[in-house]
Design a protein around this ligand. Structure first.
Ligand code: NCD
Length: 420
């Protein structure tokens, strides 16, 4: 938690509430994972370190099954009954389009009822109610709270609140972090990985621009394999302030032999933070920092070396007045992808972006959208399926999905070939 939020001589109750969880929040992630799980299943979804590779595989598998079942009336009816008795609160006090709507659609696919608070000025927080009182109230009426907040670690603190309530046998519900300040966005990382999993199966043309050409590609790229291991992932743009980059990098770091290359201006606010770099290197990841997409990487322009490229927007809303003079000296054009660069990228390398893209900055101009490697719209749709899979996991109905799928389709597992 930032000391600034606690700096005033008379802290508000909101600040005191957060402060009481500070020592738990400050522990290394691996010490916290167990507290957010129950019987081998996630209870709260707070940070991406809660997703080991086998869970990522399971979620992708469930997402594929839900996706296919959704194509038939029988499958849809089955899914609609799965969580018909559950209600979700979407508490989003920071702007959101995709995350909000895809969570809502995911809830609806599984039959859950949703309600929302998006503007705290319409809630009792304007009457002085604390956020923790709000959350506790939501937990009285709903079975799940999905929350986005500008405050880093607020979702984590709310999960501790729920755990404390659980210990006293009071009502307690799962908390899902849908973006917490500059800190984490674990479910965005899930959908990013799900997109990469599908792409690097080289199975379906719509998921993988090199579909069914893996053998042909191996003539030019003999080391190319299916799956996420051993690949070079490029991240470009606002690396320092983008929570999606932090969460995704932590997930990719679990795969053997990956290189993570961060292309960002050298300014301390924008480049890779020291703590993230250290964490990645501790996991044995090769971390490279570059000034531009054209900087040299292993003997060629970086953009030509990436197996996947994750573009981000420059998060101007976080600009500080004190940075203005230094920002004015940065050549930001180096963090925009051009059509010429796309032509030089590997023929199978997906271009991802968490969106929104910034029309004024233009990090991905619309001319690129028709390229089969432009994966960002599919990526957003993948978010709906993988979030539905996550809800099925949290509420322990994923095995019912698997059983019903098996009854319908037997052992047919070519689900990733389907168009949707
Ligand atoms: C991102 C976010 O909110 O962190 N958007 C999203 O959830 N897809 C990225 C951003 O705002 O730039």
């Amino acid at each position: 938690m930032s000391p600034a939020s606690l700096a005033d001589s008379a802290p508000t109750q909101d600040e005191r509430d957060l402060a009481q969880y500070e020592s738990r929040i400050d522990r290394p992630p691996q010490l916290k994972v167990a507290e957010f799980s129950r019987e081998g299943r996630l209870r709260h979804v707070i940070f991406s370190g809660q997703f080991p590779v086998d869970l990522l595989e399971d979620l992708a598998d469930t997402a594929d099954k839900i996706r296919l079942l959704s194509k038939s009336r029988t499958g849809q009816d089955f899914l609609l009954n799965l969580l018909r008795h559950k209600r979700a609160m979407l508490y989003f006090t920071q702007p959101s389009t995709r995350t909000f709507l895809s969570f809502m659609a995911a809830c609806q696919i599984l039959g859950m009822t949703c309600n929302e608070v998006r503007d705290p000025t319409t809630s009792s927080e304007t009457k002085g109610e604390t956020r923790f009182d709000s959350i506790r109230m939501f937990s009285s009426y709903f079975d799940l709270v999905i929350m986005r907040s500008p405050i880093a670690r607020l979702a984590e603190a709310c999960a501790y609140l729920m755990n404390d309530l659980e210990r006293t046998a009071a009502r307690s519900v799962p908390i899902v972090n849908a973006g917490s300040g500059a800190d984490e966005h674990p479910t965005q990382a899930l959908l990013d990985v799900y997109t990469l999993q599908r792409t690097f199966q080289f199975a379906a043309p719509q998921d993988s621009p090199a579909a069914s050409r893996l053998d042909a590609l191996r003539r030019d790229y003999p080391a190319l394999r299916t799956g996420l291991t051993g690949k070079v992932y490029g991240f470009c743009g606002d690396i320092g302030r983008g929570r999606t980059v932090r969460s995704l990098a932590a997930l990719l770091a679990q795969y053997e032999g990956v290189t993570l290359a961060f292309v960002a201006p050298g300014h301390p606010a924008l480049r890779l933070s020291d703590d993230l770099r250290r964490r990645l290197e501790q996991r044995g990841v090769r971390v490279v920092e570059l000034e531009s997409l054209e900087s040299s990487l292993d003997g060629a322009s970086a953009v030509e070396q990436f197996d996947a490229l994750y573009m981000t927007r420059i998060q101007k809303e976080h600009n500080l007045e004190t940075d203005a003079a230094e920002f004015a000296r940065i050549d930001f054009s180096q963090y925009k992808l051009s059509l010429d660069q796309v032509r030089r990228m590997k023929p199978y390398a997906p271009i991802l972006h968490p969106f929104p893209r910034d029309q004024h900055f233009g990090e991905i101009p619309p001319e690129i959208d028709n390229d089969p490697r432009a994966m960002y719209f599919r990526q957003a749709r993948n978010g709906m399926w993988v979030r539905a899979a996550l809800l099925a996991h949290v509420f322990n109905v994923d095995h019912q999905v698997a059983r019903f799928y098996h009854e319908q389709y037997g052992d047919w597992t070519a689900t990733r070939r389907i168009e949707s």
